[in-house]
Design a protein around this ligand. Structure first.
Ligand code: SAH
Ligand code: SF4
Length: 461
């Protein structure tokens, strides 16, 4: 969501005199978009801001703005702690940014705008394709709703992003169409709980919205995140079968495998209900990949509770998980819970859990060796590979992309296999998977640019 918000900031400032620059050493304006989800993210903000003090001393006309969730949470405390900051703007103030910057330029004052509003303004006017990008995007996030009404006891989101509000479906569809026009082939629809999209406002349901996005010509893939297990409906489960562009991957955060902890987290589902939903998903879409988020060391989590989480991991066999050590967040009720787990114990549990999951991630990846996967090429991988050629040892650049199930695949252009067909960013390549590493796959490209629609694939032998 922060990536999407940063892109909105880039679009909002596109008509201004400021242009994107890769070095903040020479920038006239630095905007820091911040995350408050865990303590560590917040600490990073302050250490980064500290580093900017020196640049500001050398170049006093530089304008420094802090936006996002830490800005919303800390407000004027940021200016107190970091006097070289000129602007603090909250999560609902993004669309006022051009005006705020202009005011700072003319009045040379510092400003705070952390006002929350019920209706958040929309950025409709800037067409993606009008942005001066040297490197056009292939995949893009699209926020479909903001805020959250769930109040999980560990979570800061409802306090820093406010109440849940859904965007109009027309506005979302228009945005996706613009992105497609600019070359985007895959969109990820974003919300803290996409399952409740449109309910409060009586708009389209989430499956209906998916149906409308699914009809957009030129779009290859649709993903979404995040789905709250308590609201995962049968209609949404069926969408994985019925909508040709919807990818066979769901991120379904479970957080804990122990009912006692789920209750204290206010997650409003049980371990049994979660497992039932996983069964339904798999019965409906055999090869669906399932990933999850897990928190270790929630206040009061006993060793037995933690083991229930490990047991759930074994039962579900996730394709991958994101695991986090619990940290207290301002305003979140769990910060006031007793029986806190020590930092060392949280660290140990995290390590045990990650090692445990590693086995299943590798197992799932290994099962793909020998299969053909359609990979949407996202660009060149940072890593180069050594290969023994007929005459010499060479270094090759690797292409990287993702399968429909969201697995990263790396491969090198192989002239012999694909005569005359150059691989490039945005191409859809059929790759024969040859090797499974713990967090990625690698293989050999077999054919480029086959029909983008499921069910119309034709592979070259
Ligand atoms: N809306 C999503 C989650 C968004 S936050 C959902 O409900 O699933 C992303 C992840 O951060 C959460 O799933 C959770 O695992 C983690 N997280 C949130 N608050 C946290 C905290 N206080 N400490 C540690 N991890 C936390
Ligand atoms: Fe946070 Fe829970 Fe809302 Fe997710 S559903 S954003 S974890 S309060």
């Amino acid at each position: 969501m922060n990536v999407y918000d940063s892109e909105q900031i880039e679009k909002l400032l596109a008509p201004s005199r400021y242009k994107i620059n890769s070095s903040f050493e020479v920038a006239d304006l630095i905007i820091i978009n911040t995350c408050a989800i865990r303590e560590k993210a917040e600490q990073k903000v302050f250490s980064f801001l500290g580093r900017l003090a020196d640049i500001k001393r050398r170049r006093p006309n530089l304008i420094i703005g802090v936006g996002g969730c830490v800005a919303q949470q800390e407000g004027k405390k940021i200016l107190k702690r970091m006097p070289h900051v000129d602007l603090v703007f909250g999560t609902h103030a993004i669309y006022r940014l051009p005006y705020l910057i202009e005011k700072i330029e003319t009045e040379r004052c510092s400003l705070i705008d952390v006002e929350m509003s019920e209706v958040i303004e929309e950025l409709e006017s800037v067409i993606e394709s009008s942005l001066d990008r040297t490197d056009p995007k292939v995949t893009s996030f699209v926020t479909i709703m903001r805020g959250c009404d769930n109040f999980c006891t560990y979570c800061v989101v409802p306090y820093v992003r406010g109440r849940e509000t859904s965007r109009f479906p027309e506005s979302i569809v228009n945005e996706v169409k613009c992105l497609v026009k600019s070359g985007v082939q895959e969109v990820t629809l974003l919300g803290q709980n996409v399952n409740s999209y449109g309910k409060k406002e009586n708009l389209n349901s989430f499956p209906q919205l998916l149906g409308r996005v699914n009809e957009i010509d030129g779009l290859f893939r649709i993903r979404f995140t995040t789905s709250h297990p308590k609201d995962l409906s049968d209609d949404l489960i069926s969408a994985f079968k019925n909508m040709d562009k919807l990818c066979n991957h769901i991120h379904l955060p479970v957080q804990s495998g122990a009912n006692r902890i789920l209750k204290r987290m206010n997650r409003k589902y049980t371990r049994e209900l979660y497992l039932e939903k996983i069964d339904k998903l798999r019965n409906n879409c055999l090869d669906i990949a399932v990933t999850s988020d897990i928190i270790v060391g929630f206040p009061g989590e006993t060793r037995a509770d933690f083991e229930e989480t490990l047991d759930l991991i074994k039962e579900v066999e996730f394709d991958g998980i994101f695991a986090f050590k619990y940290s207290d967040r301002p305003n979140a009720p769990a910060a006031r819970f007793t029986n806190k787990i020590t930092e060392q114990e949280k660290k140990d549990r995290l390590q045990i859990l990650l090692n445990f999951q590693e086995y299943f991630t590798t197992k799932k990846n290994r099962a793909l060796v020998g299969s053909n996967e359609l990979v949407l090429v996202e660009g060149l991988s940072k890593k180069r590979v050594d290969k023994d050629d007929a005459q010499s040892k060479c270094q090759y650049v690797q292409w990287t992309g993702r399968t429909e199930a969201n697995k990263v695949v790396n491969f090198i252009q192989s002239e012999g296999v694909i005569p005359g067909d150059r691989i490039s960013k945005g191409k859809i390549v059929n790759v024969k998977i040859e090797k499974a590493c713990s967090h990625s796959l690698s293989g050999k490209p077999v054919q480029v640019e086959i029909s983008a629609l499921k069910g119309e694939q034709s592979y070259a032998a």
